[in-house]
Design a protein. Structure first.
Length: 267
């Protein structure tokens, strides 16, 4: 009987020691994960970027923009509260938006309201209610409330590749000044990366309505933007979203698809 009691007591002590070791291991694992996570998501060269989106057609566009993997990123969405009232209400309910004080009013599009999410995962989202459907004017309003000096303006119905902001930040970090860097665009003229001082000195985004009229503007020969399908998802059949591809690889893939379609038609 005494041996049984001793064995049971020893087993209880061993279980208690194992539980203590497991708790200690869990604490150390959480601490190491926190350290490694913060080290992996450091901003490149201390570059902060504000992404400007004017009049998105659905909430899926805003959701995809929040999927960017670069830490020092701010998403500024300009919406006309009259023509897109349902979208504004949907964003307010989804991201728990609360109204905050508005800064100086731009001359092109008056700001009727400025909202920021009070939920910690979406603190980098700002929504601006503007009284216009004109994209350049709405981008000017978004620029007026943006926090960073490096601006990424979305000029088409596209969304960002999740790694695009990191690629843009690396490009800016290579310049002499992260505040006064030369402007550049994506390969398909869907994104414009410009410094705040330059867009303010040139009178706004109206000058950049068609980037094809700016032949001297540098372009990154990589995919930074991805078109959105009708159901709000990525059009993976047109452009792969899992990695960066240069223009040559993209053309080869398109030619391959055309050849396969021709073979299927002949057979």
């Amino acid at each position: 009987m005494r041996a049984i009691f001793t064995t049971t007591k020893q087993r209880t002590a061993r279980l208690t020691a194992l539980r203590a070791l497991w708790r200690q291991f869990g604490c150390e694992r959480s601490r190491l994960m926190a350290i490694s996570g913060s080290a992996e998501i450091d901003a490149i060269g201390g570059v902060g970027i504000s992404v400007l989106c004017a009049n998105p057609h659905s909430a899926a566009v805003v959701e995809s923009l929040l999927d960017t993997r670069y830490p020092s990123t701010e998403i500024v969405v300009a919406i006309n509260g009259d023509s897109q009232a349902s979208l504004l209400q949907q964003l307010r309910a989804t991201y728990s938006l609360v109204e905050v004080n508005t800064p100086a009013q731009p001359s092109t599009a008056p700001i009727r309201g400025l909202y920021r999410s009070r939920r910690r995962p979406f603190r980098r989202l700002m929504v601006v209610d503007v009284a216009t459907d004109d994209r350049p004017s709405a981008l000017d309003a978004a620029e007026a409330v943006a926090s960073y000096d490096a601006l990424v303006a979305i000029l088409a119905e596209v969304t960002l590749h999740p790694s695009a902001i990191g690629r843009i930040a690396a490009e800016i970090a290579c310049t002499e000044s992260v505040v006064r860097f030369p402007s550049f665009a994506s390969c398909d003229d869907e994104l414009l990366v410009i410094a705040r001082h330059q867009i303010q000195s040139e009178g706004g985004f109206a000058k950049y309505g068609a980037l094809a009229n700016h032949p001297t503007l540098n372009r990154i020969a990589e995919i930074l933007a991805v078109p959105m399908s009708e159901n709000g998802g990525f059009m993976t059949d047109e452009r792969p979203t899992y990695t960066f591809l240069n223009l040559l690889s993209l053309k080869i893939m398109k030619c391959k698809k055309k050849l396969l379609s021709l073979i299927k038609c002949k057979t």
